[in-house]
Design a protein around this ligand. Structure first.
Ligand code: DGJ
Length: 371
């Protein structure tokens, strides 16, 4: 009997059918190999060989602050995940940048073929300072699962103007602009012209919600919410992926975009973001561009189905490319935050399809994933 079953299972696998165990249930508890709900929020995925590595924020039961660090899970089928390690541990040292109790969000890991090292970028807020530091952090490892060695944190590109900079505001306009009431049309217009870029020029631009994108030519870009979350910045990375080169571009100035996620299909870059409503969900936004540097054009919300005006109750974190280079498929990954019990936050993974040439994310309670 056992032989027959094994043979049947083998035949099913060879015929390309997906195992029942490969089901993804958006919004449900997602147990790892130990039976514990996966704790890797605001995460991203790295593929090496046939193995996928999922990195994310470890969330405690009662606080969203980083009490543990960045966790790593691995899988070969994208549905069944094995807990691997705390890839980047918070520090026990007082005043260390990543001291336990700091905020570490939205970690993303990329592999650098030149240095053969794994590079982790994350949003870092220093302990006890709320979201004021607005820095990015960088850590590096020799193995995908780590341990990652923390390198440094910084604001972005101090003393450097963006590539698409139209020129500074004269001092009278700048000083008047700093006094203007926020959210008025005049103030928004000055934000578009770079009021906050100019404000932060010397100390460096703010870097909060973020992702990293490696393009087909191996060039990598760090995309993050800057200017008090009003404008996204797209910063080019050095060849070793460890620093910004100093070339950066502004995107959707004054548009208030968070949670940037990005993919490229048939030569077009698509970016799906959220609005800024803290842990509460809002409507996803979508943009496309022919060049990653822009110009970007905004199109409709890609979500369809219940709560599609609230990103199904979630907020994007990453777009995973699966399939083959010739026939790529994409998975939109989002978090349903639970600020009262952060560890219980849930995951939304949904396939991206195309309608009239535009990406669409249709809600479904359950679907089968195939790497
Ligand atoms: C929304 C962001 O996307 C999250 O990563 C987190 O920073 C929360 N805001 C905090 O309110």
């Amino acid at each position: 009997m056992r032989t027959i079953l094994t043979l049947a299972t083998l035949l099913t696998c060879l015929s390309g059918n997906i195992k029942a165990g490969n089901n993804i249930r958006p919004g449900a508890l997602w147990p790892d190999n130990r039976g514990i709900h996966i704790n890797a929020h605001g995460g991203g995925i790295l593929k090496r060989g046939k193995t996928f590595y999922w990195f994310g924020e470890h969330k405690a039961d009662t606080t969203s602050a980083a009490m543990v660090g960045v966790t790593c899970y691995s899988s070969t089928d994208l549905a069944n995940w094995t807990y691997r390690s705390v890839a980047l541990s918070v520090s026990n040292e007082k005043d260390n940048d990543i001291e336990r109790g700091c905020i570490i969000e939205r970690p993303k890991v990329v592999y650098n073929a030149k240095t053969r090292r794994y590079v982790m970028w994350f949003h870092l807020e220093l302990k006890g300072r709320g979201y004021a530091a607005a820095r990015y952090g960088v850590a590096v490892a020799n193995k995908p699962e780590g341990p990652y060695q923390y390198l440094y944190s910084s604001r972005s590109c101090p003393g450097i103007w963006p590539q698409d900079w139209a020129g500074s505001l004269d001092s009278t306009t700048y000083n008047a602009g700093r006094q203007i009431k926020w959210w008025t049309p005049e103030w928004r217009e000055l934000i578009r012209k770079g009021l906050f870029v100019q404000r932060d020029y010397a100390q460096g631009q703010m870097a909060r919600d973020q992702t990293v994108y490696v393009d087909d030519d191996g060039k990598a870009y760090h995309i993050f919410s800057s200017e008090d979350n009003l404008t996204l910045h797209i910063a080019e990375l050095t060849d070793d992926y460890l620093h910004h080169t100093g070339r950066y571009w502004r995107m959707a100035p004054s548009g208030q975009n968070e949670a940037p996620t990005l993919f490229k299909y048939k030569g077009v870059y698509w970016m799906i973001t959220s609005g800024c409503t803290g842990w509460a969900p809002n409507k996803a936004r979508m943009f496309f561009a022919k060049r990653i540097q822009g110009p970007w054009t905004q199109v409709d919300n890609p979500c369809r189905g219940p709560k599609s005006d609230l990103t199904f109750g979630g907020q994007g974190t990453y777009i995973l490319q699966i399939g083959t280079p010739k026939d790529p498929h994409f998975v939109f990954m989002a978090d349903i935050w639970r600020p009262k019990q952060p560890s219980d936050a849930r995951y939304i993974w949904l396939p991206i399809t195309f309608e009239d040439g535009k990406p669409v994310i249709q809600w479904t309670d359950q679907w089968s994933i195939k790497p």
